[in-house]
Ligand binder design. Structure first.
Ligand SMILES: Cc1cc2nc3c(=O)[nH]c(=O)nc-3n(C[C@H](O)[C@H](O)[C@H](O)COP(=O)(O)OP(=O)(O)OC[C@H]3O[C@@H](n4cnc5c(N)ncnc54)[C@H](O)[C@@H]3O)c2cc1C
Length: 347
């Protein structure tokens, strides 16, 4: 049976896979639910600037135009992905959501349109940051409290006047709180203390040090890899709690409860709010993959270094697929290359 690879997802992970499949001379097609390559970035909040500088925000074979030390905007990177697909003439079929993936003699992907695609190999590159987590506390807030997530939040005009609470102090939560603080009373419910990297060290981007020291490539199960997973640090760039306070963000302790329009914090404090933005992380939607052997008992995707337990079914773009770089732009090329090598070697 001659090989035909279906790549599901045309974000950075899917496109990097396409680049390496083309190089290896293996026939393939990429399908994506979105109407335009780059839409997963265009659908994020408007003011988003990447936290990786241009020199660490590119895919194999094409660098980003502009100052290597500075950060691309959301739309700049989305447009880069779109032109990347065009430059390498990657066969991307848009507006084609896969609603079910099954396996008989070959893989069968059922599209929302009713069509189906059959393939000998599949690479799932659907991203790990699409379904925002909304904790059960959310249902204790009254209807008049407007609730958004870091995925549905685009810009301050969406948020009503009056106090807003951003829950979750990762990079997105901190950025959104800083943006809102100039127009309304803004609180940030923080969890455990976090370590932030300095943006630059000895004249170089911190990413340069992390990359060239090998830290970004430390395997997930190594001692350093495990330390990195626990700390999950991100660059400061005025995201530390003092800078946020200076911008007017009131940092509160963990959100512990809610009644009506009252938020209750772990330290016993309470505050009346008009809106809340959940920025507490993401979960996977794996329901459309109807192949039980590819899932762990908790429903998450099972794989080792991107190879699933099902022969010829692979992943690219999983967090910590091989190392810290795996869910970042800088890791898409190397991870795709290693998966395409496995595909080349398979029968
Ligand atoms: C707010 C935010 C900021 C980030 N900033 C950075 C940064 O500065 N630097 C960095 O290196 N990383 C950053 N990341 C991490 C990572 O680079 C991005 O999440 C990136 O979008 C992941 O790329 P991906 O190709 O794996 O997935 P995605 O970009 O999510 O692409 C997946 C694609 O799959 C499609 N898809 C999903 N399900 C289906 C289906 N069933 N059928 C067909 N198509 C489907 C989607 O439409 C989408 O186009 C950030 C992440 C977030 C959430």
């Amino acid at each position: 049976m001659s090989k035909f690879v279906l790549v599901i997802g045309a974000g950075q992970a899917g496109l990097a896979t396409g680049y390496h499949l083309r190089k290896a001379g293996i026939p393939f097609e990429i399908v994506d639910a979105a109407g335009r390559v780059g839409d997963s970035w265009r659908n994020r909040y408007l003011s988003l600037t990447l936290f990786t500088p241009r020199q660490f925000s590119a895919l194999p074979g094409a660098s980003l135009v502009g100052n290597r030390e500075l950060y691309p905007s959301r739309d700049e990177f989305a447009d880069y992905l779109e032109s990347y697909a065009a430059t390498f003439d990657l066969p991307v079929r848009l507006s084609s959501r896969v609603i079910s993936l099954t396996r008989g003699e070959r893989f069968e992907a059922q599209l929302e349109s009713g069509e189906s695609i059959s393939a000998t190999h599949v690479v799932i590159a659907t991203g790990a940051f699409q379904e925002p987590v909304v904790p059960s506390i959310a249902s204790n807030f009254a209807h008049e409290v407007v609730q958004l997530t870091s995925s549905s939040y685009r810009e301050p005009s969406q948020v009503p006047d009056g106090p807003v609470l951003v829950v979750g102090d990762g990079a997105s939560g901190r950025d959104i709180a800083a943006e809102l603080a100039s127009t309304r009373p803004t609180m940030l419910a923080a969890g455990k203390p976090r370590k932030l990297f300095p943006e630059r060290f000895l004249g170089k981007s911190i990413w340069w040090w992390l990359y060239w020291s090998g830290l970004m490539r430390a395997p997930a199960d190594s001692r350093i890899g495990q330390l990195m997973q626990r700390a999950d640090p991100f660059p400061d760039r005025e995201r530390n709690l003092d800078s946020l306070a200076h911008k007017g963000v009131r940092v509160r302790s963990r959100l512990a409860g809610a009644v009506g329009a009252t938020a209750k914090f772990a330290d016993g404090d309470e505050a009346e709010i008009a809106s809340v933005i959940w920025a507490v992380g993401y979960r996977d939607d794996t329901s459309w993959v109807k192949i039980p052997a590819v899932k762990n008992p908790d429903g998450s995707f099972a794989h080792v270094n991107g190879a699933s337990p099902v022969p010829n079914l692979f992943f690219v773009g999983r967090p910590w697929q091989r190392n810290r770089a795996s869910a970042l732009i800088m890791g898409a090329g190397p991870d795709a290359e290693s998966v395409v090598k496995l595909i080349s070697e398979s029968t």
